[in-house]
Design a protein around this ligand. Structure first.
Ligand code: SF4
Length: 336
């Protein structure tokens, strides 16, 4: 039985372009995941300082990060998804869920309808929810769940999305809900992300990745991106060097089981040395995906935090030789 009729859905511009919704130019690096967002009239009830959807943001309701999410008819979206040419088929559908009183009912109906029309794996990015709601999400077909920490420390979290910005979120509750989600979705099927460049130190980020990874929570990284009309519109993006160090650090922790002792920091908390040699660094850059968008399998999020003209923080596609050389040059001075 339907709980609610979903009439509208937001679809990221890149996903809409792949689906052929309207006349949108093709993207140079098309999304490999279909990104959609729950539709609500007005902004989210939360107030995250970086987010155009935040309650007190003056940004367009069409934005999430720097990407546009136009509104489409939900049935038209479903039909395009169902009949998409197999050569364009998405690897995943990811549903971004705003915080508002009816979000769970909407989410259940959106997932149920997608599940009836396609067998593509489904991820949801949600605010913290009760165990019962998480169980229901799994029952209707959600494969993976993400609850964003955004801030690397309780203090940053508070300043960015907690009580300092009159937001509803609390660090302890987010951690508790992430751990609870692990009891419903298997280990490795629960994820979170950290935004780099919100005032934390590199040491704090590395320590947090180690902690979350040890809990079997998948951590992905985004570069802070200032959006006009948000509380943090005047803040700067992190330096490319700092972001590359964190991408490499994440790769070493998640894929090579490196520990805190494998990183050296100065007194300010800057990462000044990795416990790898030049050959290892070269091999990681040239033969792994350490600098691609990190997230659920199949997620590439093109242009989410980077302008198409660059610099590219998370690569949505394999790096070319020139890009590999550039990253090697940037990092080589930091290693040994
Ligand atoms: S909960 Fe999500 S959509 Fe709402 S303000 Fe925070 S980041 Fe934006």
């Amino acid at each position: 039985m339907k709980l609610v009729d979903i009439e509208k859905i937001r679809v990221s511009l890149g996903s809409a372009s792949v689906l052929g919704l309207g006349r949108i130019a093709k993207f140079k690096s098309p999304p490999t995941t279909c990104y959609i967002m729950t539709y609500k009239d007005g902004h989210c009830i939360a107030n995250c300082g970086f987010c155009p959807q935040a309650r007190s943001s003056r940004s367009s309701e069409e934005l999430l990060s720097r990407v546009s999410w136009p509104v489409y008819n939900f049935n038209e979206f479903l039909s395009k998804l169902k009949y998409l040419n197999s050569s364009k088929k998405f690897k995943r559908v990811c549903v971004q869920t705003l915080n508002y009183p009816e979000n769970f009912i909407d989410l259940i109906e959106i997932i149920t309808q997608i599940r009836h029309n396609t067998d593509i794996p489904i991820s949801v990015a949600i605010p913290p929810m009760s165990k019962e709601k998480l169980k229901k999400l799994k029952t209707v077909g959600v494969q993976r769940v993400g609850i964003a920490l955004d801030g690397a420390t309780p203090d940053i979290f508070n300043k960015v999305k907690g009580s300092d910005v009159n937001g509803p979120y609390r660090w302890d509750q987010h951690i508790e809900k992430l751990i609870e989600a692990l009891t419903i979705f298997s280990e490795g099927f629960v994820s979170t992300h950290i935004i780099i460049g919100l005032g934390e130190t590199e040491r704090e980020i590395i320590e947090r990745i180690i902690e979350l990874n040890s809990l079997n929570i998948l951590v992905s990284l985004f570069a802070f991106t200032p959006i006009k009309g948000t509380k943090f519109e005047s803040k700067k993006q992190p330096s490319l060097l700092s972001f590359r160090k964190m991408q490499l650090g994440r790769y070493l922790i998640v894929n090579e089981d490196k520990k805190l002792k494998d990183f050296t920091f100065n007194l300010k908390g800057n990462l000044i040395n990795f416990n790898i040699n030049k050959i290892e660094l070269h091999n990681i850059i040239y033969s792994t995906d350490a600098f691609l968008t990190s997230g659920c399998p199949g997620c590439n999020r093109p242009y989410y935090t980077s302008k198409p003209s660059g610099p590219i923080y998370n690569y949505p596609r394999m790096l070319n030789e020139y890009e590999k050389q550039e990253i090697y040059k940037i990092l080589i001075n930091e290693v040994n």
